[in-house]
Design a protein around this ligand. Sequence first.
Ligand SMILES: Cc1cc2nc3c(=O)[nH]c(=O)nc-3n(C[C@H](O)[C@H](O)[C@H](O)COP(=O)(O)O)c2cc1C
Length: 184
Amino acid sequence: MVINDSSLPQLLLSALHALSEAAQNPQHPFRSFAVATVWEGQPFTRTVILRDFTAEPTQLFFFTHALSPKVSHIRHQPEMACLFYDSQSGCQLRLKGQAHVHQDDQLAQKYWSAVPPSRYGDYTHPTPPGHPILPPSPTPTLNFFSVIRTEIYEVDILLIRKQGHKRATFHKSAATFNGLWVQP
Ligand SMILES: Cc1cc2nc3c(=O)[nH]c(=O)nc-3n(C[C@H](O)[C@H](O)[C@H](O)COP(=O)(O)O)c2cc1C
C-alpha cells in the first residue's frame, strides 16, 4: 500500500483511496478493522470487515446481525471509532464517525442482494451473538441483516517511518476536511 505524504491533501487522499481499495479487495490490509463503541460507560471493541467505502460523502459500511450487542450500543450512542493498521507500510488510521443502523430499508436490501447464500446463516440465526446457543427450533427464519453506515468526521493518520514518524489529523467541518501536521 502506497501512502503519499507529500502534502496534507495528498495524505488524506491516499488514505481515503486505500479505504476504497480495501472495500473491493479481500486481501487488502485495511479489509478488516477494529470498531469501538461505548455502552453504559464501558468501551467495547471488535473486528469487522469493511464492505464498502465512499469518499464523497466520507462513509464506511459494514454488515452485522441486528441482535448483536454493537447494534444496541450504536442505537444508544452513535459515536464510533475505527482503527486500521497496515504493518507493511506502517500506516495507522483512526477514524471517528456517526453510525447509523440500516435494517429492512432500501440500503440494507441493496447490500443483502449481494450476500452469497452461503453467508445467509450469519444474519438469519435467531440467537443474538454472544448468547448461549439454543438447540435448533422450528422458529421461522427471520432476517437480522443490518448495515452499519458510518459518516466519518475525523481522520487521524500516523505513518511509522525509520527516518521519522509523521502524523496528521483532519476534522470535517462544512463538508470539508481541514488537516494539520501534529507531533506523532
Ligand atoms: C476477521 C473477523 C472479521 C469479522 N467480521 C465481522 C463483521 O463484518 N461483522 C460482524 O458483525 N462481526 C464480525 N466479526 C465478529 C466480531 O468481531 C464480533 O465477535 C461479533 O460481531 C460480536 O460483536 P459484538 O458482541 O460486539 O456485537 C468478525 C471477526 C473476525 C475475527
